[in-house]
Design a protein around this ligand. Sequence first.
Ligand SMILES: Cc1cc2nc3c(=O)[nH]c(=O)nc-3n(C[C@H](O)[C@H](O)[C@H](O)COP(=O)(O)OP(=O)(O)OC[C@H]3O[C@@H](n4cnc5c(N)ncnc54)[C@H](O)[C@@H]3O)c2cc1C
Length: 263
Amino acid sequence: MRNAPADAAHYVFTRDGTPPKDLLQIGLAQLEPYGVVVENKIVTDAAAIGHSFVLTLGNGRRVESRRVVLAIGVEDILPDVEGMRELWGGGVFHCPYCHGWEVRNRPLAAYGKGDLGLALVTLLLGWTRDVVLFTDGPAGLSDSQRAQLARHGVPVREERIERLVGDGRHLREVILSGGETIARGGMLIRPPQRLRSDLAHRLGCPLREDGRVEADEFGKTPIAGVFVAGDAGPGMQSVGAAAASGATAAAFLNHGLLEEEFA
Ligand SMILES: Cc1cc2nc3c(=O)[nH]c(=O)nc-3n(C[C@H](O)[C@H](O)[C@H](O)COP(=O)(O)OP(=O)(O)OC[C@H]3O[C@@H](n4cnc5c(N)ncnc54)[C@H](O)[C@@H]3O)c2cc1C
């Protein structure tokens, strides 16, 4: 699961504060009565053959199916800042709705350049009045953006970040090149992403500008019989949204199969 580095998942209906691995176990256990076969293997290839698909598993076994749901998720590409990976999912977080409450009213950091940096600051100002924007190099901000930040009392630090210092999973300090240390209790960042596997590419699914798989509101991709659910598709990236898009894709997939059989 993408949130595996976090101790707990928040912003999840009825499961607030549940460790991600427990969420997975609950989900798997609830499949048991339905006789669902779970193959804990990497799918290394997928190809359309006539009106069906052949998936190749890591152990070489081939599985045939009439439909495919790509629930492959995305990978976050973290910047090369010392200490960031260790704090990812704790003191460094990507979603203010999942992990903002835990750092409310603390001095916080936004990490990003240009419009993205400004957007992250805006989100953090909902949790604290003490925000510093770190751009880790030239800020790429217009004069009016800088004036806006100044109006909200948000300093912009364009120096390279040398490292982040944590206290266990909590961020404590941002150390800038040159040695200046700025105390911060959390950092919001939105790193670029890529799909976790090339299966969408192998199946010929068009991607959107943001690299995620193009699909309609039911998860249907432009490739007949291929659906997408969760972070890999359009829409909000969260546990609840992934579950909702998975349930939607499953229902429409099943409906399509029944229609096909009926016809
Ligand atoms: C640090 C962090 C903390 C987060 N905290 C929260 C939170 O508190 N609340 C919240 O709502 N959201 C949170 N999120 C977002 C949440 O984790 C995702 O939105 C959610 O996990 C998306 O689910 P998914 O099933 O689409 O993708 P994923 O959880 O990424 O799962 C995709 C799965 O597909 C598997 N896979 C990929 N390719 C293949 C292949 N070829 N063969 C077989 N398997 C494959 C992967 O191994 C993975 O297990 C957090 C994200 C991060 C990064």
